[in-house]
Design a protein around this ligand. Structure first.
Ligand SMILES: *Cc1c(COP(=O)(O)O)cnc(C)c1O
Length: 434
């Protein structure tokens, strides 16, 4: 192994970026072309990283190929949306069949009720569901439903929570939907309970992820979720679990795994089989507010809500690819991989650890428990950047921010290779990982 000595973290990162730039001339050219018509060459902020992001040519099975001719095992899985890997035969078949029947029909189709049955059969809180086009939209609609139902205005979110493009509750973000927010503190039972009590009469809903996904794969404690459940019931507040990412963590979502059932659930990402997708649902009585047979029905618009490509791909994803058995298996594989990675970190005594549940994980460059966004913020961000570039060079694609999500196409060889690459990093960069 190539052990780094007498070099600072900054120097190591500068070297890695120089090397990256040299090896990705085509990606750099594509980025430079994009800089003209798009600010920063970008139309999805999370994909940007310095010095410029990779451009992919294609994906196949568990692998991605950049336009510079390199292959990567895909350990990001489109930030959890790509659970089927690339070009899964069942998803391809469903999309081609739907395509052959014509798209944009401007009416109902037979995929819709089948897909809705598959969704409502899986997630305990979702007796009925309505479809949307993104997780962001699903969350807007769930919050709006809660406000309509309760006649109250305020929305409790968690500090550092994330629920889509207009719901980023990190300090300094100023592009959020203009709801009247009240802030809870993730996993702080006493402080959040006090905040709920103070605003109980005005709170329409509490929305949170039962594990912070993009926020670092930090699981909510059962005690925290149960307190929210009890307080919501007591005060007539609608409890919404954003399971856009976490619904993959058991056959019935994270809600089924922890045994705390919300009033409403929002979905997105993988449930749409890789197409644009969002959904919100809850008990039949609550969802009946949208029943268009009622004179006072809430309207729910959305040109592409029932588009055949998503309805067909989503149905295939839930019933052929990510079956309850597949969900159990992928999450068991994730548990094993994370334990193996954490053993490597311990064995080499580096300030690095992997948090998460099942098939979702995130790396944090620090020692000690990570139970909150504040804990995660103590991590060494520069060391994480170096890991990203080292893994990329070794042929593994993860999020620049250190997130990983497994997909069903990855093989034992890919897992072994990934563990070896993490070990190589721990050994070769050990002096920089304190
Ligand atoms: C990705 C995500 C969203 C937003 O979904 P989009 O389809 O990207 O709009 C919302 N909530 C969570 C927890 C997410 O991870």
């Amino acid at each position: 192994m190539n052990v780094t000595r007498n070099i600072t973290l900054d120097a190591a990162i500068a070297d890695a970026k120089r090397d990256y730039t040299d090896r990705h001339a085509a990606s750099l050219a594509n980025h430079q072309r994009a800089l003209g018509p798009m600010p920063g060459g970008n139309t999805r902020s999370v994909l940007f990283y310095d010095p410029f992001p990779l451009t992919f040519a294609r994906g196949e099975g568990a692998y991605l190929y950049d336009i510079d001719g390199n292959r990567y095992a895909d350990f990001l899985g489109e930030y959890t949306a790509g659970i089927a890997g690339h070009s899964h035969p069942a998803i391809r078949r469903a999309i081609i069949e739907a395509l052959d029947g014509g798209i944009n029909l401007g009416g109902h189709n037979t995929y819709e009720p089948r897909f809705a049955e598959a969704v409502t059969a899986r997630f305990p809180s979702m007796e009925q569901v309505r479809f949307a086009n993104s997780g962001t939209e699903a969350n807007i609609l769930a919050i709006s439903t809660a406000r309509a139902k309760t006649g109250r205005a305020k929305v409790m979110v968690m500090r550092n929570g994330y629920h889509g493009a207009v719901f980023t509750f990190s300090p300094g973000v100023n592009i959020n939907a203009p709801y009247d927010y009240v802030y809870g503190t993730y996993n702080d039972v006493a402080a959040t309970a006090a905040e709920i009590a103070a605003h109980a009469a005005d709170l329409a809903c509490i929305i949170l992820e039962p594990m912070l996904g993009g926020g670092g794969c930090i699981a909510a404690s059962r005690e925290f979720l149960q307190m929210l459940r009890d307080a919501a019931t007591k005060h007539g507040i609608v409890l919404i679990f954003d399971e856009v990412m976490t619904s993959r963590l058991s056959p019935g979502g994270l809600q089924a795994k922890v045994g705390v059932i919300p009033d409403m659930t929002t979905l997105g990402k993988y449930v749409g089989g890789g197409m644009s997708f969002g959904a919100f649902g809850g008990g039949a009585e609550l969802m009946a507010l949208f029943d268009p047979r009622r004179a006072d029905a809430l309207p729910h618009a959305g040109t592409f809500n029932n588009n055949v490509l998503t309805m067909a791909a989503g149905h295939a994803a839930l019933t052929e690819v990510y079956t309850p058995e597949a969900a159990a298996q992928l999450n068991a594989t994730g548990e094993k991989l994370r334990a193996r990675l954490n053993m490597i970190c311990e064995r080499h005594g580096v300030a690095m650890q992997f948090t998460g549940i099942g098939s979702m994980m995130a790396v944090h460059m620090l020692r000690g428990a990570v139970k909150s966004p504040a804990d995660a913020a103590r991590g060494n961000m520069a060391a994480k950047e170096l890991l990203f570039f080292d893994l990329l060079k070794a042929g593994f694609w993860i999020a620049r921010r250190g997130m990983m999500a497994l997909n069903v196409m990855l093989s034992q060889g890919d897992y072994d290779g990934f563990a070896d690459a993490v070990e190589e990093f721990a050994v070769s960069r050990k002096a920089l990982l304190n």
